[in-house]
Design a protein around this ligand. Structure first.
Ligand code: TK8
Length: 363
């Protein structure tokens, strides 16, 4: 943990130094001044010295996934595109793998203006952007196509826009993937989950889901999970294939059950003050490059996920298992108590609108 904070401070120091040199337009300007009335009326971003139409901007981007994940590859794609299309006027420094802390920590740093961009799992920041709880609906999506349709709909856009209540501008969704249960015991029926000590994300809906399934869930930060499993303070956890493999949970969990019980996307945002300080050309460029990065993520993630499952099965340390239709039906039925909580936590009609796009109705 100390190391992470040290790197965060180093980044902050660098950012301040850049601002002091006058070379870092728009970013890290602290909390909403609201009163920036620069010459062109729309931007506090310094014009580029070479007369470019874009505002000069150095984006400090953070996320929590390993460097070998689709999320990191998609951030790198965004960096490549935006640097190339802006002629180097907009640059990205990428900090993957929790280098600037976990989802919650770097998101708080972004709200404060010290990090410019991030990509957390929705569940991990839903405690301060409640609408995002809409995504934490168990068994909401049947497949990827349905996920993408819902993310690209007005309901998906409304959820991106809900980030503004926290001082963040939502730009798009990257893939984390359907989540799978891992543990060190056989699970054949719902009763096998009884009392299972499972780590969940720090989110009330996830706690409620695993309580409803009969397990004994406890919240823990992602960065502490490997050690917690190794030391057996938790018996089980749930994450998508890429994280089970790339964060090496499969080394300490010999069963991977393909439960697909929930799909929590990565939500990509930029600090809202930074965004509002940019001229239209720069905003359009950033959005366009992010849209391309999102499309790229969708192209690569299914294959990356399959490669992770294959590698887990070839590791000799762990194995994937399908769950029976009966167990799935039992799990779905047990979760019926959770849907009202999702509606309540998300507020407004965020959950119902997303469910409609997914063709889902709780019974
Ligand atoms: C990585 C996290 C992770 C999430 C979790 O930063 O906490 O289990 O699935 O992906 O966002």
């Amino acid at each position: 943990m100390k190391k992470k904070f040290l790197s965060l401070f180093l980044v902050l120091a660098m950012a301040l130094a850049l601002t002091a040199c006058g070379s870092n337009g728009g970013s890290n300007s602290g909390s909403g001044s609201g009163g920036d009335s620069s010459g062109d009326g729309s931007s506090s971003g310094a014009p580029a010295a070479d007369g470019s139409e874009f505002n000069q901007l150095n984006i400090i981007a953070a996320h929590g996934a390993a460097e070998t994940t689709s999320e990191n590859a998609s951030f790198l794609k965004f960096k490549e595109l935006v640097e190339e299309k802006s002629g180097g006027v907009v640059t990205v420094d990428l900090y993957p793998n929790q280098q600037l802390g976990g989802d919650r920590e770097y998101t708080e740093a972004c709200v404060q203006g010290n990090v410019t961009m991030g990509g957390p799992s929705t569940a991990n920041i839903a405690p301060f952007v409640p609408a995002l709880n809409a995504f934490e609906t168990p068994f909401l999506f049947s497949d990827r196509e349905t996920v993408y349709k819902a993310l690209d709909s007005a309901a998906g856009q409304a959820l991106l826009d809900s980030l503004e209540t926290a001082g963040l501008k939502g730009l798009g969704y990257f893939e984390n993937g359907f989540r799978q249960l891992t543990c060190n015991k056989d699970i054949n029926a719902l009763s096998d989950l009884n009392g299972l000590k499972i780590r969940v994300m720090e989110n009330e809906v996830h706690l409620a889901i695993w309580t409803a399934l009969g397990a004994n869930p406890g919240p823990l930060a992602f960065g502490e999970l490997y050690t917690a499993l190794q030391q057996k303070s938790f018996d089980a956890q749930e994450n998508p294939a890429e994280l089970i493999y790339n964060t090496k949970f499969f080394e300490v969990q010999d069963h991977v059950y393909l439960t697909n019980h929930i799909y929590t996307p990565y939500i990509i945002y930029i600090n809202l003050d930074v965004w509002n300080g940019l001229n239209e050309a720069t905003q359009n460029l950033i959005q366009e490059c992010m849209d391309e990065a999102v499309a790229y993520c969708r192209e690569i993630c299914a294959e990356n996920e399959q490669n992770c499952f294959d590698a887990i099965n070839e590791s000799g340390k762990s194995k994937t298992y399908e769950i029976s239709d009966d167990l799935r039906a039992e799990m779905v039925a047990a979760c019926s108590s959770v849907y009202d909580l999702v509606i309540e936590k998300a507020g407004g009609t965020y959950a119902q609108d997303l469910w409609a796009e997914a063709g889902f109705s709780p019974n």
